[in-house]
Design a protein around this ligand. Structure first.
Ligand code: AKB
Length: 340
């Protein structure tokens, strides 16, 4: 365990933050990792409320906590961003600028910025898209993230601030739910399957996108931030590849284990967003430079997801049964007291 590093995480209650914070605490020590979010964070340990669009608040928190590393996860995802472009821009770009400025002023040594496959647009090669493919995104989310990547590069050049950028694909884990993204379906589909529900899929059956298991995303992020600076040779951001999957591939992987699972395709605006993104990534630069290697494919991930989502559902059902039994017992007691 490396106890010498103090860490601040923004957006800790998001899909990745909920899993990254415990992993960072395992590595650096519980008291060394401050978890912040817009509202009082749900995790225990050192926490703070932080609106990243408030530059003074960002500066004050960084001055107080004196982190060595900042993982800036606060962000608005693609589907929500298209509905509220002003907020997406405010949070995803201005929020990042506030964090970078405060980090520069207060001597933070390393900053992590989560970018995305949404920085690519229809002009990039769709299969095995390399890191240096053109970034001409067609969503506000992608535009703000591409600007954020360039801002990170500027802070590296101008101030020698070690800002590291990964381009995440859709991240799939059972531990937390995504909110407002185009790739959310790839988590929701497993929860629907174990609940024995028909899943209404917002993407068309054959719409392939790059995907990654949460466990791989967390390990990759931590390894990336721990890599010696001389191994990081990126100009903008590294693709973090896992596998390529379309809704029909997830359905096939699920029905191998749950043959009665049923899906209805009802493509909506998210299908259009997905159509502008790559189907698969070339992540050879990350593999070569700092040893990235994902472990899950769609079948091994599906086994894990179904087992874990089913266990969660069973635990929720057991908790509900205990609650109902408790209330019944209280009611019987109350009635008995009333009667006697
Ligand atoms: C989204 O769907 O918006 C995100 C992403 C791919 O960046 N999961």
């Amino acid at each position: 365990m490396d106890r010498k590093i103090r860490v601040l995480v923004t957006g800790c209650d998001g899909q990745i933050g909920r899993v990254l914070v415990p992993a960072l605490r395992e590595r650096h020590g519980e008291m060394e990792v401050v978890a912040s979010d817009l509202r009082e964070p749900e995790v225990s340990g050192p926490v703070a409320t932080l609106d990243v669009t408030d530059a003074d608040a960002v500066r004050a928190l960084i001055a107080r906590e004196k982190p060595d590393h900042v993982y800036h996860l606060a962000g608005v995802l693609s589907a929500v961003g298209e509905r509220d472009p002003g907020r997406a821009w405010q949070v995803n770009l201005n929020g990042f600028l506030n964090v970078l400025e405060a980090c520069r002023e207060h001597g933070v040594s390393r900053v992590f910025f989560p970018s995305t496959i949404a920085v690519y647009g229809p002009d990039a090669a769709s299969e095995a898209t390399p890191d240096d493919a053109p970034t001409r995104p067609t969503t506000v989310y992608g535009i703000a993230k591409a600007a954020g990547e360039n801002l990170a590069a500027w802070y590296r050049r101008r101030f020698n601030l070690d800002v590291r950028v990964l381009r995440y694909p859709g991240v799939i884990g059972w531990e937390s739910l995504p909110g407002g993204g185009t790739t959310d379906y790839a988590v929701e589909i497993y929860h629907a399957a174990v609940a024995n529900e028909t899943y209404r899929c917002p993407l068309s059956a054959e719409r392939a996108l790059p995907m990654l298991a949460m466990a791989d995303a967390i390990r990759g992020t931590i390894d990336f931030m721990a890599a010696p600076a001389e191994q990081i040779r990126q100009s903008t951001g590294y693709n973090l590849g896992g596998f390529s999957g379309a809704p029909q591939d997830f359905v096939a992987a699920i029905t191998r284990l749950m043959p009665t699972f049923n899906v209805q395709y009802q493509p909506d605006h998210r299908d259009q967003i997905a159509a502008s993104w790559p189907a698969g990534l070339d992540d050879s630069a990350a593999r070569q430079d700092w040893g990235w290697a994902p472990q899950f494919d769609i079948d091994s991930l599906s086994e894990e997801m179904l087992a874990q989502c089913a266990a969660q559902l069973a635990a929720r059902a057991a908790a509900l049964a205990a609650e109902v039994a408790g209330r019944r017992y209280d009611n019987v007691e109350r009635l008995q007291r009333k009667a006697g």
